[in-house]
Every structure is written in C-alpha cells, then in structure tokens.
Design a protein. Sequence first.
Length: 153
Amino acid sequence: MVKAVAVLGNSTEGVNGKIFFTQEGNGLTTVTGFVTGLSPGFHGFHIHALGDTTNGCLSTGEHFDPIGKVHGGPTDVNRHAGDLGNLDVAGDGKVSFSITVSQIPLTGPNSIIGRAVVVHAGPDDLGKGGNEESKRSGNAGARVACGIIGLQG
C-alpha cells in the first residue's frame, strides 16, 4: 500500500486541512480528509499539475490531465485525471470526506506525488456549464487553499 498526504495552506481565507491518499497495488486511489474555514456550500476540489506554491495557489498550474481530456466530474469517463468534483461544506465551514477515484495513481509515470491539491472558492460545474471555461476548469473560481502531495511514511 502506498500513502500520501497534502497539508492545505497558502490560504488568504483562513482555510486549512489535511488530505490523505491511499492506493493498494495498481488499484483505485482513496482520498480522505478534512477542510475547515470554508464558506458553506460546494467547493471545487482538484489535483493540479504542478507542485509549485511559490506564488501561492496560483502557481499550481492547470488541472492534472496527462491524457488530454476535457473537464468533468470524478465519475465521468471523459475528464481530467485531477477532477475530483466538489466538497459539500456544512454551515460551520467544515467538511470531512472520503472518495475513491481512478486516474490519480501514487506510483508510476502519472503519479500525483509532487503535484498539488487545490480547493476553490466556488462550486465546480463538472464541465456542464455550457461555456469554454466549464470545459477547462469547471468555473470553480479562485483558489482558496492548496498543498503539495508528498509520500507518507
């Protein structure tokens, strides 16, 4: 089993949390975690291509997409590998979650180790917004927190 973690920071909004990744063999990756300090409602949640936070979350690049797809939801066949959908945040600004997804391995040529996980200000429309930005980013808005994914011992 391979394990990884990202500690969310780089937030001007006071958002923080921890995101854990586990993968057994070549199977699916389970993503669990908690985030605090968010406004209630849905917030886009993605793996971004770069593990660079030198300019805060802005320098994490586009959504992780090693095979050239368009933006979609986590269960869509045609989606960026890093499209993880939305976090549904309660009225107290906190969310705990667990999802199991494909296309974000922790080993091999398309590993997400060293990339960034990003939480956005608004909801991800899962590529169904009817405009060009929807197919690129899901119209999820500003990046309110991010963290670099590293191996966990």
